[in-house]
Design a protein around this ligand. Structure first.
Ligand code: PAN
Ligand code: ZN
Length: 195
């Protein structure tokens, strides 16, 4: 990752757009997220090139800097794999006690929060909702609406991302469409990451 080390950018609170030379953009396509979805048969019906989400990040300090902050804006496309809403990969922070703020700019969604025992709950996301994600809690966002879901996040620059635990143990519940409504459905055969 390159760092622009710019201490000044522009952020549009209506659209979530970020403007400045130091912004880095990354995209996650369905092909890269395939194993995270419950219904693997339905994943292959969709193109692996389908854009699921895009993240624009501002890194004003080098990654790993103690005491610094990062800012990122994520846009999740509307869509589903079977009955499961498009969602971010989800992660714990590598440095376990590092917290984070999420702020919803537009759209509707659900912030899934899971502790180390796999206990999973969610907070509804809509324009203006702010969420404090404590350290030691895995976080993932699902777009439960019909328009793009845009949210900003602010996290410590030494937090790091642990994606591996989610790949091996998943979340204890999934955000699924049940009769047209988003419902957090517990995973029947869930094995806690602590085992
Ligand atoms: C966010 C996330 C972003 C994408 O900036 O990194 O929403 O989600 P994944 O990292 O799970 O793919 C954040 O939580 N940073 O710590
Ligand atoms: Zn995070």
């Amino acid at each position: 990752m390159q760092t622009g080390l710019d201490t000044h950018i522009r952020f549009d609170w209506i659209t979530g757009g970020m403007h400045g030379s130091a912004i880095e953009v990354s995209c996650r396509k369905l092909g890269q997220l395939q194993s995270l979805f419950r219904d693997q048969a339905r994943v292959v019906e969709l193109s692996p090139e389908t854009l699921v989400y895009r993240v624009e990040c501002w890194y004003p300090v080098e990654p790993g800097t103690l005491g610094g902050l990062f800012w990122g804006v994520t846009t999740i496309a509307p869509g589903k794999v079977g009955d499961e809403y498009f969602m971010t990969h989800g992660h714990f922070h590598e440095v376990a006690d590092r917290a984070e703020f999420y702020i919803t700019v537009r759209g509707r969604g659900a912030l899934l929060l899971m502790d180390r025992l796999g206990r999973t709950r969610f907070e509804p996301m809509e324009s203006g909702s702010m969420h404090y994600i404590p350290g030691g809690v895995a976080h993932r966002v699902a777009n439960t609406g019909e328009t793009p879901l845009v949210f900003a996040g602010c996290w410590p620059s030494d937090a790091g991302h642990d994606y591996g635990t989610i790949l091996t143990s998943a979340f204890g519940a999934r955000m699924r469409d049940v009769n047209g409504e988003p419902v957090l459905v517990p995973e029947a055969d869930y094995v806690c990451p602590c085992h």
